[in-house]
Structures are given as C-alpha cells and as structure tokens.
Ligand binder design. Structure first.
Ligand code: SF4
Length: 376
C-alpha cells in the first residue's frame, strides 16, 4: 500500500477517537470530516470561534489488545497497516504546505509493547520538531501501560497528550478488556501525567485530556460525572471528552450483555451530547457535580438538556431578575450562555433592561430564557 492508501484506512479507524470538543447541537457534526474527502483532515472548533483543520490519524491499526468495543481489537477482522514515522511526517508536511493546518494528532493501536508503540509516536513528533523545526500543535496519544520514561519523552515534544480512561472504574473496565489493568495501565499513568504537567512543573505548557467511551458497559452518567469531577479538580486535566460506543462498529458480541443492544445508536449519540452539556455546566457555569439531576437509573434525561432539567426541578430559584441578579444566577437560566450573560451585564450597566432585546438577545434561546426572567 502507498502512504495515501494507508492514511485512508488509518484515519478512518481513528474517527471515533475524537479530537474535537462538542460545540454543535448535532452530535453527528462532531464526527464530520473534511469535505474534500481526505479523512485525515479533521475540522476542529476553535476557542476563538470558527474552525481549524487538524491532521489526525492512527500510525498503526495493528493491536494486540482485546477491548471488546473496539473494531481494531486483535481478533477483529480489520485491514491492518502502519505508517513509519518518516511517512507520517512527510504526509503531514505535504498537507501543511497545501492547507493551513492547526496541528497534528497521532494515536495508534498497541503494536508490540506499549513502549514500542510510544517510540513510533514519539519518533514522528521528534522528527517534526528537530528536523523540520515545526513549532505548531502536536497531540500525542499516551498508550495505556506506557512507562514513565516514555511518557516523559512524549511530553517533551507535545502540545497536548491524552490517555483514554474509557470507563468510570475498574468494575466496568474488567468487563471490556482482559489485557489491560485499570489501576496499572490507566489510573497510574493519568496520575503521572497530572504530576508532571501544570503549574510549577517542567511540562507546565503541555495540556492533558482523557476520554470516556459511552455506552460500552452498563456505566451510569452519575458514575462518569464523579470520575470527571476528580479528573478536573484533582488531576487538573484540561478537558474530558466522550465518544458514544457505536453498535456494529466494535461489535463486541458479549453473550448475555444485553445493554449493548438496549439503546439505539441515536440515543447513544444523544447521551454523549448530554454528557458534553454537563461538562460545560461544570467548567463554564459554576455547577457542582452534586447538583446534577439524574433519572431513577442515574442517567441524564435524553429529552432535555441537564441545565433545563435542573431549572425545572428548582422552581424556588426562578424567576431571576435580569436587572439585578449576579452573573452566577444568570448563568443558571436555561437559554443563557456565558456570552449572553456578558451582554446582559454590559447592557444593564448602561440602561435598565425591559426585555432581552435590550441586550441585543433574540431568537429561540432568548425566548426560552425569558420564561425564567423578570425585568422589574
Ligand atoms: S488498545 Fe483497545 S481500544 Fe486501543 S486499538 Fe487496541 S483494542 Fe482498540
């Protein structure tokens, strides 16, 4: 196979390992690829607004592990191939010359040991940094079970590293993988990354993130939220991502594991979206993890966003006075996000508000918010 044929396969296999944050109402949008057919070019929402293009691929889809949700597990019928570090770098630079890319995101199946896989990932980053003096964004996936030495080497060349936690706890993890050990291969490396990045450390400029696969076990949303709270508040990771398990892709076929077929693929994508909304409530809206409202099973309602559910179960907190309420109370109003709240604060410092249109807020979110506000 030539490099393009390999990229076609490897970038296709990397698509459920998200490189982007949720930023759209439609979860399917998050998985969109470049419109020119190059599956390794991945639109990513930018913090400043708009989108950038990330070059994202696996460097190998050969894997000796047995994760039951994964289409690349060792006994799955996948078309296997691998890129060398030189091939990876050449392909990236070729695209970089033709389009302005915001960076490179490399991951891999586990070929040989975790450390031999890490060596190939790190080699690509090292070539780019040293031979081509590339100063841009490089995101390297940390392979579960990687040694501390390999993680330090990855930190040396990365802008961001990530290691997927996959599920909230050992009980779920053991159902999905007989090869990997939750404490040794996931939790210990996550803690190691946390202790070597962030304020006061050598790699303070390197961001860390992790990802849950949603719906591959019978985990509940409240369990994910508990772990997520620890990842943000104790490990100080930059982001937590979610990827809905897609029935038929991994085709785990675990006898007796009914939950794999209980919820449909669209429901799993909606669940993923609700988790992203909860993530935003924790990070941007000052909600505490204990304030989240679940159904009787411990999951978010699929039919309404978690903030709306919270508001409807707390009638004593509404209506909120748009002319007097502090920022944190306005942020709790369904339909108002941080940008809208800033507009309200700014407008009311100049004149009294009689409606949200006085703060230049219109449309469906403003109509929704108006039901929870008073202006007198
Ligand atoms: S380690 Fe598990 S999730 Fe990763 S590629 Fe291998 S089988 Fe898939």
């Amino acid at each position: 196979m030539d490099t393009l044929q390999k990229l076609e396969i490897l970038s296709g296999d990397s698509q459920y390992d998200l490189a982007c944050a949720c930023g759209t109402k439609n979860p399917k949008e998050h998985r969109k690829r470049s419109e020119d057919g190059a599956r390794w070019l991945y639109p990513v929402p930018l913090a400043a607004g708009g989108k950038g293009i990330m070059f994202k691929t696996l460097i190998s889809n050969c894997c000796g592990n047995d994760c039951k949700y994964c289409p690349l597990r060792s006994n799955a019928n996948a078309r296997r191939c691998a890129l060398t570090p030189d091939e990876t770098v050449r392909a990236f630079l070729e695209q970089e010359r033709r389009k302005h890319l915001i960076g490179l995101f490399l991951s891999s199946g586990v070929t040989g040991t975790p450390d031999t896989t890490m060596e190939r990932l790190i080699a690509s980053a090292e070539i780019l940094r040293k031979r081509y003096s590339y100063k841009g964004y490089i995101h390297l996936k940390i392979i579960p079970g990687a040694s501390e030495a390999a993680m330090l080497e990855a930190l040396r060349y990365s802008t961001k590293v990530s290691l997927n936690i996959e599920v909230p706890g050992k009980r779920h993890f053991e159902k999905l993988s007989g090869c990997k050990n939750f404490e040794r291969d996931i939790v210990a490396p996550l803690k190691f990354l946390a202790s070597h990045t962030g304020r006061g450390t050598e790699f303070r400029h390197v961001q860390c993130s992790t990802q849950f696969i949603v719906g591959a076990s019978d985990e509940k949303d409240y369990e994910i939220l508990r772990y997520m709270d620890g990842i943000y508040n104790r490990l100080k990771f930059e982001r937590v991502y979610f990827s809905a398990y897609q029935p038929g892709l991994g085709d785990p076929g675990i006898p007796g594991e009914q939950h794999f077929t209980l919820s449909s693929a669209p429901d799993k994508l909606t669940r993923e979206h609700r988790l992203y909304q909860a993530d935003f409530l924790l990070r941007k809206y000052h909600f505490g993890v204990n304030e989240m409202m679940y159904d009787a099973q411990g999951n978010f309602e699929l039919g309404a966003d978690p903030k709306q559910v919270w508001a409807d179960r707390h009638p004593e907190c509404f209506p909120v006075n748009a002319n007097q309420a502090p920022e944190e109370k306005l942020l709790r109003v369904p339909g108002l996000g941080p940008v809208a709240v800033k507009r309200i604060l700014s407008a009311r410092s100049v004149h009294r508000l009689h409606a949200l249109t006085d703060a230049n807020l219109r449309g469906a979110p403003a109509n929704k918010a108006s039901k929870y506000l008073v202006f007198s």
